[in-house]
Design a protein around this ligand. Structure first.
Ligand code: ZN
Length: 184
């Protein structure tokens, strides 16, 4: 690690800026449909990757897998993309690749990575993705969906307000103390 990386910490922390992506992701993930777990189906799907299901490797770089990458991200333009938590859409992956791939197209990522045995790797991933049931329909404009989106927008708005208060609290070391006579 280089000493200059401490620079990221030596500045005021912004709640909204640092957490907005996580919140958008959580709201999208919450309405994304998911497959039911079945050991037999998982093993069968993993077989198309040519991998040992007991000892999974990262499908992109071959390091030991630590997580599952949503090949097609659940979020697009801050909302649910239509891609769910479906077996063929979840690829064994190392944390490094999962984080650097982000929302990139998996083929573009493989090229950028300089992945080993690229042709064979591409063929196996394609074969794995052929097990993916594909994009789900987007939520219809129901009352529930509108309320759901309103809650997300309220949460983000509240975080923006908290950031403004945090700035005042940081910068005013002598804020008036609230006494019982002077309630909120
Ligand atoms: Zn990897």
């Amino acid at each position: 690690m280089h000493y200059s990386s401490v620079k990221n910490h030596l500045k005021p922390y912004a709640i909204l800026a640092r957490r907005k992506t996580t919140i958008n992701h959580a709201f999208a993930a919450a309405i994304a449909p998911s497959d039911e777990y079945s050991a037999a189906t998982v093993r069968e799907t993993i077989a198309t990757l040519g991998q040992d299901p007991e000892n999974l490797r990262c499908a992109y770089c071959d390091e030991p897998a630590q997580t599952w990458d949503h090949v097609f991200a659940t979020v697009k333009n801050s909302n649910f993309s239509g891609h769910g938590h479906r077996l063929g859409n979840l690829l064994p992956c190392c944390k490094q690749c999962n984080s650097s791939k982000g929302n990139k197209d998996w083929r573009v990522f493989l090229v950028q990575l300089g992945a080993p045995e690229k042709l064979e790797r591409t063929r196996r991933i394609e074969s794995y993705l052929s097990k993916y049931s594909g994009i789900d329909s987007l939520p219809n404009d129901s009352l529930e969906y509108r309320k759901f989106i309103k809650i997300k927008s309220d949460v983000l708005q509240l975080l923006a307000e908290a950031d403004q208060l945090a700035k005042i609290i940081r910068e005013n070391k002598k804020l008036p103390v609230i006494t019982p006579k002077d309630p909120l």
